[in-house]
Design a binder for this molecule. Structure first.
Ligand code: AMP
Length: 138
């Protein structure tokens, strides 16, 4: 399986598609999932091509996980969360739908189930979540 340069997240990285940007550093980029399964559900990706965990190099994994940790801590504050769930899917059989390595960060509250996948959130709600995360990162 090889990397598809035309995948949606490659287009977001190239600035060809919009996103609700949360954070970026030298090696990683993070933005809100547009079909959030929890308030603040965000995705962390490497800036360089990797299809998923199975072809990523150790530097990409290290950079992505460092950002996952940083944004998880910020999301705890931003959403007054009780915990964080991390999800990461590899290949179709593993549940992957977009073929650029990404890690899901899901702020959680005790007793609150994840919402079912596939429902687009309102733009103004997502914009509000970006503001909360940016404030928590300052
Ligand atoms: P998966 O590959 O199974 O981790 O699923 C891809 C994830 O990307 C899903 O949670 C989608 O809601 C999310 N997604 C798909 N397109 C976009 C987009 N344009 N911007 C942000 N998130 C997206």
């Amino acid at each position: 399986m090889s990397y598809d340069n035309d995948n949606i997240f490659a287009k977001i990285l190239a600035g060809e598609l919009p996103c609700y940007k949360i954070y970026e550093d030298e090696g990683t980029f993070a933005f809100l999932d547009i079909m959030p399964r929890a308030d603040g559900h965000l995705l962390v990706i490497p800036k360089t091509p990797a299809r998923n965990l199975l072809d990523a190099n150790p530097d990409q994994m290290a950079a992505v996980m460092a950002t996952v940790q940083k944004l998880s801590k910020a999301a705890m504050r931003a959403f007054a969360a009780g915990g964080i769930t991390i999800q990461q899917f590899n290949e179709a059989a593993g549940g992957q739908e977009v073929y650029h390595l990404h890690v899901h960060v899901l702020p959680r509250h005790k007793g609150q189930a994840l919402r079912p996948p596939g429902t687009m959130a309102d733009a103004d709600i997502l914009s509000g979540h970006v503001e909360k995360m940016r404030a928590a990162l300052e």
